[in-house]
Design a protein around this ligand. Structure first.
Ligand code: DOR
Ligand code: ZN
Length: 423
């Protein structure tokens, strides 16, 4: 046997197990998860006092590879992933060129063979992300895509989106929708409200997100086809997802830690590391998103890991949107939700490990016999301060810089191999 993890506090939500147990791993697979395993192993790791969950699957990251590898590439993106306890990522297709053909998908899959985490490409909904002509979903699926999205750009034509939802469904791919109305945004750079007014910068009105979320859910409900709503950030969108799911639309959704931790007050610093799209909103939104995450209306916590180089982020108003997040997502979630008594560990495991894989059709996310041996071990009480310079990502644009977080990844195992250790 290859590895035996001894006496960790195991949280295996999919198998409804939580308690002290051992995990035996061999040839990249889980052999057994039970208390008191005595079989010998090449490596025995004492996990007393540590928490063990199935490896995190982050279904929304931007790795900039091909085309903008000065920001991040697949190898460094995966270094950042495993340092954050993330063993699988789904990469958004807004690379250069965009992922709208089998050849680019194959490039990503080939390069990912040398990476520390599992990489699942997401293809475009439309060719060139132009919102005009649908991609060939059977071709994208056959090449290895797990979903389609025009992330960063919404599909404005509702008829085309409806056709995409039907065709993607029959190809076995979920449509992930970036909900935004660019005519409402009209050049805005942060949430439209008191703070944008005081700063004298153009705001992005919240209805941009809300009307698109409503449209997506109405279409999904009418077609009886699934839709996944990316990065929910407003209280109204949260309510729409809640109503949609309640009334039978096949809607799943995600949010990112910054939407339940930070508000647009941060923008007073005039620092582009607090700018992303959708933008940080208000206290009411943070409350609504927190409720949705904790009561299970939101299905997944993702990062929207969006690396940008320091020189690109230097100018507050001209900088591109996006923040890195892979190395802080678990710690941020534990700090904001678990340590404040708002959420259980089992719910966190569903949000970060189980549901993303279910939505994308990826194996794993639990410690059943024969499952892939992708494992995250962390110290739930260790405190640390986020230092951008210590991140493994090529880019340092974290909106959690300087914050004290409680919970630290100690070891990450992918395919039965230890790929990260915090020493
Ligand atoms: O903040 C964002 N950054 N939002 C997006 O939708 C795209 C992303 C990026 O690619 O940088
Ligand atoms: Zn994104």
């Amino acid at each position: 046997m290859d590895i035996l993890l001894k006496n960790g506090y195991v949280v295996d939500a999919a198998n409804d197990f939580e308690g002290v147990a051992d995990i035996l791993v061999d040839k990249g697979r889980i052999v057994k998860c039970a208390p008191g395993i005595t079989e010998p192993a090449d490596k025995v790791v004492d996990c007393t006092g540590k928490t063990i969950i199935p490896g995190i699957c982050d279904m929304h990251v931007h790795f900039r590879d091909p085309g903008q590898t000065h920001k991040e590439d697949i190898i460094t993106g995966c270094e950042a992933a495993v340092a954050g306890g993330v063993t699988a990522v789904a990469c958004m297709p807004n690379t250069v060129p965009v992922v709208d053909n089998a050849e680019t998908v194959k490039y990503i899959i080939e390069k990912a063979k040398g990476a520390k985490a599992r990489v699942y490409p997401i293809g475009c909904i439309t060719k060139g992300q132009n919102g005009e002509e649908l991609c060939n979903y059977n071709e994208l699926k056959a090449a290895g895509c797990v979903a389609v999205s025009d992330d960063g750009k919404p599909v404005l034509n509702a008829r085309l989106l409806a056709r995409a939802m039907v065709k993607a469904h029959y190809a076995g791919l979920r449509v992930i929708s970036h909900c935004e109305d660019p005519q409402v945004i009209a050049g805005g750079i942060m949430n439209s409200g008191e703070v944008s007014k005081e700063l004298g910068v153009k705001g992005m009105h919240r209805i941009s997100e809300d009307i698109s979320t409503a449209r997506e859910i109405v279409i999904a409900g009418d077609l009886e086809m699934p839709i996944h709503i990316a990065h929910v950030s407003t209280s109204t969108s949260m309510l729409l997802v809640r109503l949609g799911a309640r009334y039978g639309a096949m809607v799943t959704s995600e949010t990112a830690p910054h939407y339940f931790m930070l508000t647009d007050e941060k923008l007073r610093l005039r620092d582009a590391d607090y700018r992303m799209n959708p933008p940080l909103r208000t206290e009411d939104d943070v409350t609504a998103i927190t409720e949705g995450v904790c009561d299970g209306t939101i299905d997944c916590i993702v990062t929207d890991h969006a690396p940008h180089a320091p020189e690109e982020k230097a100018d507050f108003e001209k900088a591109p949107n996006g923040v890195v997040g892979l190395e802080t997502s678990l710690a941020a979630t534990l700090t904001a939700l678990y340590h404040r008594g708002k959420i259980t560990l089992k719910r966190i495991v569903r949000l970060m490990c189980v549901n993303p894989r279910k939505i994308l059709g990826i194996a794993g996310g639990n410690f059943g016999e024969g499952e892939p041996a992708d494992i995250t071990v962390f110290d739930i009480n260790e405190e640390w301060i986020v230092d951008p310079e210590k991140l493994h990502s090529k880019s340092k644009n974290t909106c959690f810089k300087g914050m004290k977080l409680k919970g630290r990844v100690k070891m990450t195992i992918v395919d039965g191999k230890i790929v990260y250790e915090d020493k």
